[in-house]
Design a protein around this ligand. Structure first.
Ligand code: SAH
Ligand code: F3S
Length: 459
């Protein structure tokens, strides 16, 4: 008998990535196998993002494309998951008759029940944020770049005036430290060398009913034996305390890379965004972080064309980019979102002007990145081997400062998931090219030895 297959398409942030792994795990537990060919799928899940309007439109046009597949495959189910699911709910079922169910981010752990209901003839819009959440660390189909992701805090209580996330991911809830450490140990036992802690405002984590904060949590995770690399995303500038900065200096396994969204270089725009910090405060934090960890690579998010943004305010953002010299930026045109406050602000910026500003940011950043990457030539960087390159005999990996690096694989080639040293030979704006300088550590059994399928599927 042909085995049943599933296909999951994922948009958006790391939280969606992890939710997709959780859904894949539940499906595999029920005996379904993943497929890379959507035409083969019996269950098709679209894990959507709604942070910008474009992302939301994409998922609906995709449902339109996929529903034709249903004609040739009786019994095939299509589910809308992720942030659009939470936002649109029942209306998606009304709008698209071919859609079988809607499953919000707070209900990821209830996929089985939702599928069973559909099999029994019911089309559920399963959304909202239950008090008691199903979160089974054993049924997560971990995949990707040898990085084990661990949610430490869900939802968001901030009310940035542009942002839909508090609506789609619900109120802030911290997971207990003991549960987090249990999951970290589980990942290390499984063979992951890199742990990534996740949250919308990851550094706002607090022990439920206790006094520990993110500094304590960082300390505890960094001390966990086997955690070779520790990263976390996303930090909120205002929530950084001196103790947290100190932890970043204390633990060499905390990577020298930090994503610290600033959104704008102008205090007046930050006020309209209700971000609760000033550029002075942000720069002060950057200085303290760099004093603690001189090799720290910073990345950021920027929004251009926020309502009322003047040429002068935009120039302040450009000046900030030039001043901080981020290793990477994620810049977006402002997109009005339902249920947020910003669309009611006066003086919207014309899309052409916002588009031109975005290009200006990218142009400035290109030069900065080229020069920062150029500074790395000749240096030895620790690299996590994540895949095979397009050219024979080459591999790709991620440096601890989160840059993509291509290098000759050596002989024997290090296994995927291994940490190696690579000397940078050449810098491009978006990646590095290098040469292996050490053999992989013999002491550690490579991940691909224990899980041969990992080596297979990445070749
Ligand atoms: N706390 C999360 C925020 C999620 S949204 C994090 O920092 O990862 C991710 C980024 O999308 C934000 O930092 C912001 O730069 C961008 N973004 C959010 N809402 C937006 C909107 N309405 N228009 C354009 N960009 C937006
Ligand atoms: Fe969004 Fe601001 Fe929270 S950007 S996720 S409301 S911190």
């Amino acid at each position: 008998m042909r085995s049943r297959r599933f296909f999951i398409e994922t948009w958006g942030c790391q939280m969606n990535e992890l939710d997709s792994q959780r859904m894949a795990g539940q499906l595999m537990e029920q005996g379904l196998l993943p497929t890379r060919a959507v035409e083969e799928a019996d269950i098709l899940l679209l894990n959507s993002c709604s942070v910008r309007e474009n992302a939301e439109n994409k998922v609906f046009s995709r449902i339109g494309e996929y529903r034709d597949l249903k004609r040739d495959r009786p019994g095939m189910m299509i589910g809308l998951c992720g942030c659009v699911a939470q936002q649109v709910g029942q209306r998606a079922l009304d709008r698209v008759p071919d859609l079988d169910f809607v499953l919000g981010p707070g209900r990821v752990g209830e996929l089985r029940e939702t599928l069973a209901a559909r099999a029994a003839g019911r089309r559920l819009a399963h959304v909202g944020f239950p008090e008691e959440k199903h979160y089974e660390i054993d049924t997560i189909a971990r995949d990707g770049e040898y990085k084990g992701m661990v949610t430490i805090i869900e939802g968001c209580n901030k009310k940035c005036t542009f942002c839909i996330v508090p609506t789609t991911r619900g109120p802030e809830r911290s997971r207990p430290l003991a549960t987090i450490l249990e999951e970290v140990r589980h990942l290390v036992d499984y063979g992951f060398v890199e742990i990534e802690l996740l949250g919308q405002t990851v550094n706002h984590w607090r022990e439920p009913g206790g006094s520990e904060d993110f500094a304590d949590l960082l300390d505890a995770v960094a001390r966990t034996p086997g955690v070779r690399r520790l990263r976390f995303v996303t930090s909120y500038p205002r929530d950084f305390t001196p103790r947290m900065v100190e932890q970043i200096g204390l633990h060499p396994n905390i990577v020298p890379y930090l994503h610290l969204p600033v959104q704008s270089g102008s205090d007046s725009v930050l006020r309209r965004m209700a971000r609760g910090y000033t550029i002075g405060g942000y720069l002060d934090l950057v200085d303290r972080l760099r004093a603690t960890r001189p090799d720290l690579a910073l990345s950021t998010d920027l929004i251009v064309g926020f309502p009322g943004e003047t040429e002068g305010e935009f120039a302040e953002t450009l000046a900030l980019v030039e001043r901080v010299r981020f290793a990477q930026i994620y810049a977006f045109k402002y997109s009005p979102r339902p249920g947020t406050a910003a669309p009611r602000l006066p003086d919207p910026v014309q899309p052409e002007i916002a588009g031109r500003r975005l290009q200006q940011i990218f142009a400035a950043q290109e030069g900065i990145q080229r020069s920062l990457n150029g500074d790395l030539v000749g240096r030895d960087l620790q690299v996590l081997v994540t895949g095979w390159g397009r050219e024979a005999g080459t591999q790709t990996g991620r440096t601890s400062c989160n840059r993509v690096i291509h290098f000759s694989a050596g002989s024997p080639a290090p296994s995927l998931g291994e940490l190696v040293d690579v000397r940078v030979a050449k810098a491009l704006p978006h990646s590095l090219i290098g040469r292996l300088t050490n053999a992989p550590e013999a002491s550690r059994e490579p991940l691909s030895a224990r899980f041969p399928i990992l080596a297979e599927s990445n070749r």
